[in-house]
Design a protein around this ligand. Structure first.
Ligand code: BES
Ligand code: MN
Ligand code: ZN
Length: 496
């Protein structure tokens, strides 16, 4: 898919379809007004017979509108002018692309970017449009015999002359972002018999071949044993797929050599059966998505390298598979983590924190500026926040603030949860320094508390994406979240 910008309406430039907005009670946007004039009032006439009132998300596809050069005109109802906010705008773009999908239009002029959206600039309008269009056109048909083919392959957004520079940047960033999101989705949607910890590593290596200033290394089971990453190893020991931690490094040549890295650690449970504390079988297939933290890191590393951001970013894919079996770890096991702290396993299904705690200790060696882990960590987070917001926990208020800001900017939302001392007691164990579960209440928070015990050496934030990383049901599939959130966070860092 190709995205371009062009200045204002011109009837000479033809496309397969032009998309214009109409407000309720037929307020025309500037371009719609022009189309109406060119067509000698065709649009006004049309509205008279009540086929189209401009209600929000109404769509009407017209062919061969008199005197209009483009073959099709797609009218999109925008609702009341004064109500056009970001949510409405996104719905309009979605309506547009879903309507276009069903037509034979290859190249399209989209005039919806000229609409005034509350508190949003052209930059946002273009980036959001690109994200929504790519999301609507995404499909994972790698394993289907018949592939989906979209003919739509070029969209030109209409802007005013003064918007040119901002629009071009928005296009560039929007494309890089959606490439990253799609990479994350593809990796996440890949089935668990293919996508194992080694596959994550192979993906990282392919990435390294594609970009400059990048490097990939790994920590295998032998090295983990030598280092003492026993919690990480325990989780994977029931699986015939070896645990493997992949480290993706991107360091711009435009920054001082002494720059400290921003470290991203992604939970990469390529399948979480629960282990001996096995999960119920309903929807267990979705536990292939338990590597969405790693997929996010992979996606973000693609964005960063694609945009050549003046940053030093290290992405860790903490790959493992949680399976039952004769070699599997058990409830009751006591594990000595890389940090030296011991953990009593009370539930083998609380495995993410065991892998992450060792990965989080491991990254101390990079002397990071800050560390963010991303994990489909708890069902409790889904209960707390649903599928709209990811859980955010942090030991550093300014970092939490920055992430909340990026959340607003990107629309990839997070909500902060507390990590107060009181919750820590829930992790008390009679036999070890801590238990790996914290009881029935506040499950997302006690998981965060567990991780916080391994992050004293640096500024740290934890994103629990259990509710946001994939969609269930008829539209089952990875969402690519929170690639947008973290990309915005890093873009802002790059400007600082
Ligand atoms: N990967 C799951 C969390 C999860 C569950 C994400 C459902 C999305 C949907 C995690 O490893 C897990 O099993 N967590 C347990 C923790 C519990 C045993 C304390 C959970 O949430 O039930
Ligand atoms: Mn689990
Ligand atoms: Zn899990």
């Amino acid at each position: 898919m190709e995205f371009k910008v062009n200045i204002e309406y011109s009837e000479k430039k033809t496309s397969d379809c032009i998309v214009i907005g109409v407000f309720e009670s037929l307020g025309f946007s500037p371009s719609t007004e022009k189309v109406n004039t060119i067509s000698r009032g065709y649009l006004k006439d049309l509205s008279q017979n009540a086929d189209f009132q401009g209600k929000a998300e109404q769509a009407l596809l017209l062919h061969h509108v008199p005197h209009v050069a483009s073959e099709r005109v797609l009218l999109i109802g925008c609702g009341k002018k004064e109500e056009l906010d970001e949510h409405r705008y996104k719905k309009l773009i979605k309506k547009m692309v879903n309507t276009l999908k069903e037509t034979g239009a290859k190249n399209v002029f989209c005039y919806l970017t000229e609409l005034k959206v509350k508190k949003k600039d052209i930059d946002w309008k273009i980036r959001s449009a690109i994200e929504i269009i790519q999301d609507a056109l995404y499909c994972f048909d790698h394993y289907k015999s018949t592939k989906t083919l979209h003919v739509l392959n070029q969209i030109t957004f209409i802007i005013t002359p003064t918007q040119t520079k901002a629009a071009q940047t928005a296009i560039q960033e929007g494309i890089a972002l959606t490439v990253g999101i799609n990479e994350a989705k593809n990796l996440a949607n890949t089935p668990p018999n293919i996508c194992n910890p080694t596959y994550l590593n192979v993906s990282a290596r392919k990435w390294a071949k594609k970009f400059k200033n990048v490097r990939v290394s790994m920590v295998n089971e032998d090295e983990m044993k030598n280092l003492g990453m026993n919690a990480y190893l325990a989780v994977g020991q029931g699986s015939k797929n070896d645990s493997l931690m992949s480290i993706m490094e991107y360091k711009s040549d435009k920054i001082p050599a002494s720059t400290k890295p921003i470290v991203l650690v992604g939970k990469g449970m390529t399948f979480d059966s629960g282990g001996i504390s096995i999960k119920p079988s309903q929807n267990m297939d979705e536990m292939k998505y338990d590597m969405c933290g790693a997929a996010t890191v992979f996606g973000v590393m693609n964005v960063v390298a694609e945009l050549n951001l003046p940053l030093y970013v290290i992405g860790v894919l903490a790959g493992a598979e949680n399976m039952p079996g004769r070699n599997a770890y058990r409830p009751g096991d006591i594990l000595t983590t890389l940090s030296g702290q011991t953990v009593e396993v009370l539930n083998t299904d609380a495995e993410g924190r065991l892998v992450l705690c060792d990965a989080l200790t491991y990254v101390e060696r990079f002397d990071p500026e800050l560390v963010i882990d991303i994990a489909t960590l708890t069902g409790a987070c889904v209960v707390a926040l649903g599928h709209h917001m990811s859980g955010l926990m942090s030991n550093h208020a300014p970092l939490a603030e920055d992430l909340l800001h990026a959340s607003e900017q990107s629309g990839d939302l997070v909500w902060r949860l507390p990590l107060d001392e009181e919750y820590q007691e829930q992790l008390d164990s009679n036999f070890a320094d801590m238990a790996n579960i914290g009881g029935r209440t506040a499950g997302a928070i006690t998981a965060g508390c567990f991780l916080s015990r391994f992050t004293h050496q640096y500024h740290w934030a934890h994103l629990d994406i259990a509710g946001t990383a994939w969609r269930t049901g008829k539209e089952k599939g990875a969402t690519g979240r929170p690639v947008a959130l973290l990309s915005h966070f890093l873009l802002k860092k790059a400007l600082a």
